[in-house]
Design a protein around this ligand. Structure first.
Ligand SMILES: [Zn+2]
Length: 428
């Protein structure tokens, strides 16, 4: 179904198949979102979707009808992978997507209502909502990226999450799953699916998968005779499947064995991994890597993440890191340059900062490290224990002046990141 988006055929199909209540709900949802935007209250996707779903609880299902849909879920990388996937598939027609990261059903409803008729939709889904959204939209493809502790969720909860995914996939046998072969939790979750394409993007974080989710035995890694990224359960037959898509140098080996260079503006091997996932999903929609890869180079920043801003000759680059696995990734992305670490512990961040002890800050030794944020003192204690020298500079305007002209890497958790974005608007 290569119908170009907005074409008469698809628009007619979508409208005709929608009950009156759904049409009204969809219109009201779009209007509410537009009013919210006009009032300067964000992009309005949450409120618009919320109102639409109040009028018609099945609105998301109605809006999904007639579209080919991919859902992208996991603890880390889903916003970037969603953006890459939407860019890759857009070579075949318009794609509806929740590009502002509103990744719950209200956000999905709003994104589909706003986009109007499109042949395709690529939706980022909060991992807790994946089963519910799968039931509502009957996706063609589901991409499972990774599962790790987020805020203070512990390993037990990670395994529970994997089990929810497992059950959801069992209920949707037709769905094609694109899943991470390097993450034992994801492999176990995907093992109930009938059609799985495995990718390997390299997994730095392994602290949430020491124990097999299937049998409780330990997961073997790095033993004699095992390849670097291989793993296998010591007690049952859960083991790393052979991936069809792998990252190799600055490119991706596709399922036909051919290597494709991936040129990205976003930094780090992690993002090449996200690109590999996006290319595997695009291939499931019939877009081969030679067509799907070039649009990825146009993605420059995502809701401020990876944005580079010049201030007083300092090239400030913003990296968001919200849980231990993503801090490790950020250290890998950041260049060897003065580095600001900013930590808050407000509601969206999680109130407990003990996760700082899950992160090894040793890669920052030898860099000029500056700390700030509401919980800079927690970070100070952690860095001291980790033997990483640092300076505490509370105000962002002072931080910019405290480093020489050139690059300044900023790694911050959620609300600290938002604070710094706001500050950057002021530092002129
Ligand atoms: Zn096992």
């Amino acid at each position: 179904m290569a119908t170009p988006a907005g074409s008469g055929t698809l628009a007619r199909v979508t409208d005709a198949s929608m009950p009156l209540r759904a049409k009204v709900a969809s219109t009201v949802s779009r209007t509410a979102a537009a009013l919210s935007r006009a009032a300067g209250r964000g992009d309005g996707s949450v409120i618009g979707g919320w109102i639409g779903l109040k009028i018609d609880p099945d609105l998301l299902s109605h809006l999904a009808t007639g579209r080919r849909i991919a859902l992208i879920s996991g603890t880390n990388g889903k916003t970037t992978t969603t953006r890459f996937t939407a860019a890759a598939i857009s070579v075949r027609g318009r794609v509806a997507t929740n590009s502002f990261g509103a990744n719950m059903p209200t956000g999905h409803t709003s994104a589909l209502a706003k986009a109007g008729a499109t042949a395709f939709a690529v939706l980022e889904v909060d991992e807790h909502y994946l089963p519910q959204v799968m039931t509502a939209v009957h996706p063609e493809v589901v991409a499972l990226l990774n599962l790790s502790r987020d805020q203070l969720d512990r390993a037990k909860e990670v395994a529970m999450m994997a089990d929810l995914w497992r059950q959801a996939l069992q209920r949707e046998p037709a769905v094609r799953v694109v899943a991470n072969a390097d993450d034992p939790m994801v492999v176990w979750a995907a093992s109930t699916a009938r059609h799985v394409t495995w990718f390997s993007a390299g997994q730095r974080w392994t602290d949430d998968s020491w124990v097999c989710p299937a049998c409780g035995a330990h997961i073997r890694r790095g033993e004699d005779g095992m390849a670097d990224n291989d793993w296998a359960c010591a007690g049952c037959d859960l083991r790393r499947p052979d991936p069809q898509w792998t990252v190799e140098d600055d490119g991706v080996i596709a399922d036909d064995g051919r290597w494709h260079q991936v040129r990205l503006q976003l930094p780090g091997r992690v993002n090449v991994g996200n690109a590999a996932t996006a290319l595997a999903v695009a291939a499931a929609f019939g877009v081969r890597p030679e067509h799907a890869a070039p649009p990825l180079a146009a993605v420059a920043s995502i809701a401020g993440r990876y944005a580079v801003v010049d201030r007083h000759g300092r090239r400030v680059r913003l990296l968001l890191a919200k849980n231990p696995a993503s801090w490790l990734e950020a250290f890998e992305m950041a260049d060897d340059a003065p580095t600001l670490l900013a930590i808050n512990a407000r509601d969206p961040d999680g109130l407990d900062t003990s996760w700082l002890y899950d992160v090894d800050f040793a890669p920052l030794r030898g860099r000029d490290v500056i700390i700030s944020g509401d919980r800079a003192y927690d970070l100070a204690v952690r860095l001291d224990v980790n033997e990483v020298p640092f300076r505490h500079v509370p105000l962002f305007a002072d931080i910019v002046r405290a480093v020489p002209p050139g690059p300044l890497e900023v790694i911050a958790n959620y609300t600290a990141f938002q604070d710094i974005r706001a500050e950057l608007d002021r530092v002129v």
